[in-house]
Design a protein around this ligand. Structure first.
Ligand code: HEC
Length: 105
């Protein structure tokens, strides 16, 4: 009995935690040190990126910044590649998270 209650508690906790953080888990873990949502940090803000880039440009830069930075107008690139760190699903999620800051102005 006690065991069943413990197991369900763990499942409930796990489900709530992942529902809240499914979009920005990757952001908090890998990107936040250099990018903030709407203000300039070491790298450009996600809002600035969302306003001027396509899905392809964003994903391309996350996977292979050394091959896209010139095309995006940078003179050099210091951002690490996340090709081996993110699953395809995480890449989609973090790209959607970036694009959610898009603002018409
Ligand atoms: C070590 C710091 C650093 C980390 C960590 C980092 N970035 Fe960057 N990012 C930069 C810098 C600096 C630039 C500017 C161009 C460059 O250096 O490649 C940039 C550029 C970008 C761009 C293109 C900007 C544009 O003008 O379109 C995207 C998209 C991006 N980062 C997404 C991410 C995501 C998503 C993560 C986390 C998975 C991340 N970055 C982690 C520093 C970082």
């Amino acid at each position: 009995m006690c065991f069943i209650i413990r197991v369900s508690l763990v499942i409930i906790l796990y489900a709530t935690a992942s529902a809240n953080s499914v979009d920005n888990k990757v952001f908090k873990e890998y990107c936040w040190g250099c990018h903030h949502e709407t203000s300039l940090a070491f790298g450009p803000s996600f809002q600035e990126i969302a306003n001027k880039r396509t899905v392809g440009e964003i994903k391309g830069h996350i996977i292979a910044p050394k091959s896209t930075y010139k095309q995006l107008g940078y003179k050099r690139s210091v951002m690490p590649s996340f090709k081996d760190k993110l699953t395809l699903q995480e890449l989609d999620e973090v790209t959607n998270f970036i694009l959610s800051f898009k603002k018409e102005d």
